[in-house]
Design a protein around this ligand. Sequence first.
Ligand SMILES: [Mg+2]
Length: 288
Amino acid sequence: MNRIPENPALAEGGHRYLVVSDFDQTLSFNDSGQLLAEMLGIPGFHEKISGLSRSTLVNQGAELAYLLRHDPEFRGVRREHLHAVGKQVPLKDDVRMLGRLFERSIGGNQFDFYVISAAPREVVQSALEGIVPPERVFGAEFRWDDWSGEIGDILRVPAGYGKVAVLQELESRLHTSPDRTIYVGDGSSDLYVMHHVNSRDGFTVAVSKAKSIGRIARRTVLSDNSLSVLIPILEDLLGWDARQIRGFFSSHGLALQDWDKIRTDWLTFHHEDGAPAAPPANELVLAT
Ligand SMILES: [Mg+2]
């Protein structure tokens, strides 16, 4: 595999970072599998996914790829369906701008932006067409049968450990060290790769309220705007303060409107004597 050269704009003393983002509900609002099922009129998609998750037959996140290959109701799926679904996926705000900002040097540093998703590669490439070059998008890959046009086999699914494998491949192509890897994700298919990135001093950002992922990620940002993932990167990795960050966004024509920093403690109490707590099943969220 060929080495990907550095950007000539990389400043003296600047660093080269590998930025990897998940796709479903990280750069988009929806789950592309759900959209595909709706488009094809296949009912009970969530039940199928949860059944597979419970069985732990496949890596978390790889359920759709499994269904596409093995569920008779998905047998009619062709490449063009995946491409069409990609065009329907609602992206978070300013994903195009995020891609453009990562193309430039930020504070003399280079950020190589890649997307690794367990969703079919065709869906993600189609959704990010003109935003992220197709060779920077990794997704579930299938062997398509020439004669029938059906999916003949699953070649690779970047979910669970599969995401780590792609990430390591990229680190070696870019010649970046693991402590310059940044991973952004929202859900269970990202847990394994986030543990992996953290354990090698990389940086992880969660973009969902899910406790499972917030517990692991170094930082959590919640926003409908994809540019929000830049905040922890600029703060924690480049050491910028709020004034510099506002200045950076304003130099690109963007005003940071609301920026609330909230530390949230999630608590659940149980009465030790077995008596029901009042109110029952109380879960307190303390935001300070
Ligand atoms: Mg996701």
